[in-house]
Design a protein around this ligand. Structure first.
Ligand code: KG4
Ligand code: ZN
Length: 372
């Protein structure tokens, strides 16, 4: 399907020397040592990007399936896979056109191989394998969550290490001690729901739409001074792990006790819920900053779009003299630029993925983000 999407394929490249000869622009050849095409299809966004030199984004095309899944109140895996299959060839062409890149300019193909919806992941991985095989390029499988952290380097300066990494997405809420890219220690994760999942589930309870995060944020902005919060979750074993399911239950009980009748009721409850989520994140981040004294705080994932969260953590960093690094919103939500960027970094370290590799819905292993 991918192969037929383009009219004329370049001749297979046999060696770096031949790769050089096929180029129409010698200057470009010297200037761009690395040009990686990235594919993201782990959930409900199909995306293809082209990234030069590990960080410079030349194209980042995203097709969101949100409208498709909205009527079901969440992502339907089979519907997602089919839509990825439809959108991917179109986006590949768009990304190449936008970045004025030919297939034979590429130096590698990166793809999200985990974690995510297994069918959705397999669509992207199969496409990437097909492309890499036909073009005789190295293939590199990328961990989606590691890429959410790497997104801070896109169109930006390198991170100062050691760093504290905070992932806040629809499926993950995690804190990592980061020695460098590739060197991580998990400090905390969630015992139940992820932060984004909590936003989505509470929005559903409140009769709002999907995804809940942006809707709740917009409502909460109407009452920035709203006082009070739901009970905070603290682990008995002193671990910094998160837990959001109790908060979701508390919201449900509050709605039963006092039904939401006006827009003001909705906005006040949204503000109280968001305040509590942010307090949970802020407390844990502060504990880690005090303990580790890192040079930077790196935040990534869809919930990192939240302006109030960004402000709260920026203030924390300012007061502790830590560099606060968060990507622009377009690189916080799911995108392929972060996949191409991280894949390009992996390739520069000599890491490639065999064609026998498969996708993993929820990889488990003692070392964070290690796929092979
Ligand atoms: O990282 P992401 O795009 O997908 C996953 O990898 O999970 O994150 C999606 C999540 C959704 O749960 C969505 O509700 C949440 O990010 N989100 C937000 C905001 N924008 C998106 N949560 C809070 N405030 C926002 N502005
Ligand atoms: Zn994500």
């Amino acid at each position: 399907m991918l192969i037929t999407a383009r009219k004329k394929l370049p001749p297979p490249v046999k060696s770096p020397f031949l790769l050089f000869r096929h180029h129409h622009n010698y200057f470009l050849e010297f200037a761009l040592k690395s040009l990686v095409l990235g594919i993201e299809s782990s959930c409900d966004e199909t995306s293809v990007a082209i990234v030069a030199e590990h960080r410079r984004v030349l194209a980042n095309e995203v097709a969101s399936q949100m409208d498709l899944h909205r009527r079901y109140g969440g992502v339907v895996p089979e519907v997602a896979s089919r839509q990825h299959l439809h959108d991917l060839p179109i986006l590949i062409k768009e990304a190449l056109d936008k970045s004025k890149t030919n297939y034979d300019d590429l130096t590698g193909v990166a793809v999200t191989a985990a974690p995510g919806l297994i069918g959705a992941l397999l669509v992207g991985l199969s496409a990437a394998k097909g492309m890499a095989f036909r073009l005789r390029l190295p293939l590199v499988a990328v961990h989606h969550i590691e890429a959410h952290l790497y997104a801070v380097e896109l169109d930006a300066e390198p991170v100062l290490f050691p760093a504290l990494g905070l992932v806040v997405s629809g499926g993950h809420t995690e804190l990592y001690k980061m020695g460098s890219w590739g060197q991580y220690q998990l400090l905390a994760s969630t015992r139940d729901d992820a932060a984004g999942e909590a936003f989505d589930k509470v929005a559903k309870l409140m009769g709002l739409g999907y995804p809940g995060g942006p809707i709740i944020e917009k409502l909460a902005l109407k009452f920035p001074e709203e006082k009070g919060n739901f009970p905070l979750a603290r682990m008995k074993d002193k671990s910094l792990d998160f837990s959001f399911s109790g908060m979701k239950t508390a919201v449900g009980i509050e709605i039963k006790k006092k039904p939401l009748e006006t827009d003001e009721d909705l906005a006040r409850l949204a503000a109280k819920f968001q305040r509590t989520v942010l307090a949970e994140i802020k407390w844990r981040v502060r504990s880690c900053l005090d303990e580790l004294k890192p040079k930077s705080l790196v935040m990534g994932g869809g919930v990192a779009c939240n302006q109030t969260l960004r402000r709260v953590l920026e203030q924390e960093c300012q007061s502790t003299g830590v560099a606060f690094r968060v990507p622009p919103a377009k690189y916080c939500s799911d995108n392929a630029a972060m996949i191409a960027g991280l894949g390009s970094h992996h390739l520069s370290q000599g890491r490639t993925t065999p064609f026998s590799a498969t996708a993993l819905a929820s990889p488990s292993g003692s070392q964070p983000f290690l796929l092979q």
